[in-house]
Design a protein around this ligand. Sequence first.
Ligand code: UGA
Length: 439
Amino acid sequence: MNIAIAGCGYVGLVTGVCLAEAGHHVACIDIDRQKVIQLKKGSPPMYEPGLKELLNRNLEQGRIHFHTNGATAYPRADVLMIAVGTPQQADGQADLQYVFQAAKEMGTKAKTGAILVVKSTVPVGTGDQIDQLIHQELERKEPLSIASNPEFLREGSAISDTLRADRLVIGAETKIVLDQLEEMYADFHLPVVRTDRKSAEMIKYASNAFLATKISFMNEIASICEKTGADVEWVAQGMGLDQRIGSSFLRAGIGYGGSCFPKDTNALVQIAGHVSHDFELLKAVIKVNNEQRSGFIRSIQDRLGANLEGKKIALLGLSFKPNTDDMREAPSVPIAHALHQLGAKLVAYDPVATRHAARKLPDQVLFAQTIEEAIKGADAVCILTEWADIQSFPLSAYQDFMRQPIIFDGRNCHTLEAAALAEVEYHSIGRRPVSPIYM
Ligand code: UGA
């Protein structure tokens, strides 16, 4: 098939290279000229394991092309996909201006019989609005089928999440469109959910909101564990073996971040509000998530004092999760700003995200090239992202490099036994503190 994709962000680019890998001819369009130049040279704008290799292989084989507009690609395409951003507006609603812009252009240029597929995360009913925009406002004569095909990939494992997804969700109003889209993905051999457009749009929000709920639920349990003496890691293990609950997304920590959960949970609260439904449960999920960061700061102040003037604190891990350089809604940002406000001198380390982080953290933060350099002479360390090198950094080395080995682990990277053995003071989430003075 000939496929044109508007938007070369995570979703558009990963979908594009994976469809090209399946043998389709893919044209990816992005208005960012610099990004397009880099992509034509085989250099993706973001760090994502496996993406560069797949991009280069498909560029060499001539199955993927990049353009700054859809002038040539849209009229040729059998399937036109919208994968542009839907950023959060001040009131929490998704901003759909880029989606509608792309839809308009596609609506005027697409050939007869083509299918317009919305991959971006959009509120329920957006497909209907696009339909109306194209067929009534633009007065397009030949019908253009509009479908919803939400994306469930995660940053850091985007390629395998796409090629080996748990499910493929296709929402469309006719059987023929559902069949054609299923055929487009046939090589991926995925379980398929065929549904109507609105349900497909809702599946995406409901899935992200449910996963965010699991995380906030565990973070609440973690707070209660801290107060009662239970251990949240054991609790998560014991719960997760129940197949009805499942073991994933039960990791307590400093809360979820990234470009999706914070935005999509807020948007779903708004979507519910528009139909006069007060989504109290999801509002609480969002509140608990914000509270995780304040609680982490409070635990540092409880130990080091309310005023952190003159204290050197090392921040280990800055991206919102490992294996990505994405800093969007990363918990490290509010935590760094709060610690800076309290007077702490901050030194930060991240294996890949420092360039992006420098724009978001306070100007006074120093960046270290290695973990050793970051923790040297520090009064405390905060582990904020569970990168592999941070997890495997030996606890005993904190003893060697720090002024006093006090660790606040926001990601529960170490066992309490290992902390006790290394004779470091170790504060984590939902578990008792370990300290040579408590032993
Ligand atoms: C998320 C969803 O997992 C994808 O299915 C979805 O396609 C994507 O949003 C999207 O809507 O585009 P992503 O934001 O890349 O993917 O990252 P996740 O791996 O889901 O992690 C999100 C956040 O939750 C991270 O900050 C992570 O640290 C946190 N998290 C995750 C926890 O705090 N605990 C957990 O147990 C799991």
